[in-house]
Design a protein around this ligand. Structure first.
Ligand SMILES: Cc1ncc(COP(=O)(O)O)c(C=O)c1O
Length: 314
């Protein structure tokens, strides 16, 4: 990102464009779904079920993958039906997904009930957990890290750090395992998007456990501890999906300097965090820092009012 790097006066900023990964406007879930949907097909399933927020990118990409493969798709979405659908929800409907509204249970608490109902109707179901973050989903990101490492070697670039949004943990677990597979020294910095849920293990422990399950599954020798997981939790603001100045400014700066659209919930927050960290001189001016764009732009449309207002003010 030459223009942005010049504008900020260093370091060298690069971008990995998973927003261009296909499956109905792209995103990081394409990498996870490559493995998960292959497993669904291998198990002769005819219906996939997954869960997320009403504006879930994971759900929209799962709906697209299911449509492309001729499977039915059931989505357990948090909240209740809005008056008008837009953003990812509209796309879910266009892609033919069946929506099950689950109130404040946006993280897959309703999946088992839906599975039971579909099974009782004779369907062979495949349940994908919240965010697609299980071993197979994380494997997609291990492969992604190996892919990026090969691209960097080919281009003769030595990356110092990779910054990305971390929410259900599959991306970060996969990246850390992929880093071992690629024998890379790059620093991985996840920016947390959600706050801890009461009663859950720490997010670092959840990612560690997933990365270790993956390492075991693919016969890697490396194992990880929570100390290996680098996460910055200082940018969760007013909570998941609540857009503030940090996200608005980040979305606008990226759009107007590089012509690239971030999303308001994940990449806007993670890139806003990176901008703040750059301002605090957390990276050397000669370092190469990669921002992993994990997609999500369709959600821009469900935040139209607040985003348009910030453009008018600027
Ligand atoms: C656009 C976007 N970026 C990043 C993430 C975070 O990925 P993960 O859930 O694997 O931590 C998500 C998850 O839904 C997402 O939709």
């Amino acid at each position: 990102m030459k223009r942005l790097s010049a504008r900020l006066g260093g370091p060298h900023l690069l971008i990995k464009r998973d927003d261009l990964s296909g499956l109905a406007f792209g995103g990081n879930k394409t990498r996870k779904l490559e493995f998960l949907m292959a497993d669904a097909l291998a198990n002769c399933c005819d219906a996939v079920i997954t869960a997320g927020a009403a504006q879930s990118n994971h759900c929209r990409q799962t709906a697209a993958a299911a449509a492309a493969l001729g499977l039915s798709c059931h989505l357990a979405l948090g909240g209740s039906p809005p008056e008008a659908s837009n953003g990812n929800l509209l796309l879910d409907q266009l892609l033919g997904a069946k929506i099950h509204w689950c109130g404040n249970r946006r993280k897959g608490e309703g999946l088992i009930e839906i599975e039971k109902e579909l099974t009782s109707r004779g369907l062979r179901t495949y349940v994908i957990p919240y965010g697609g973050s299980n071993v197979l989903g994380a494997a997609g990101f291990a492969a992604g890290m190996v892919e990026l490492d090969a691209q960097l070697r080919h281009s003769g670039i030595r990356a110092d750090a990779i910054v990305f949004a971390s929410s259900s943990g599959g991306t970060q677990a996969g990246l850390i395992a992929g880093k071992s597979l690629a024998e890379s020294e790059v620093r991985l910095l996840g920016i947390r998007i959600d706050n801890d849920e009461p009663g859950e293990d720490s997010f670092e422990s959840q990612i560690t456990s997933l990365a270790n399950q993956l390492a075991e599954r693919v016969d890697m020798r490396d194992r990880y501890t929570p100390a290996d997981i680098v996460l910055n939790s200082n940018y969760t603001g007013a909570g998941y999906g609540i857009v503030g100045d940090l996200e608005r400014e980040a979305v606008r700066l990226m759009a107007q300097t590089e012509g690239i659209l971030l999303d308001p919930v994940y990449t806007g927050r993670a890139f806003g965090a990176l901008l703040d960290l750059l301002g605090r001189r957390e990276f050397g001016s000669h370092e190469h820092v990669i921002f992993w764009h994990t997609g999500g732009a369709p959600a821009l449309f469900s935040y139209a009012e607040t985003l348009a207002e910030s453009c008018e003010r600027s």
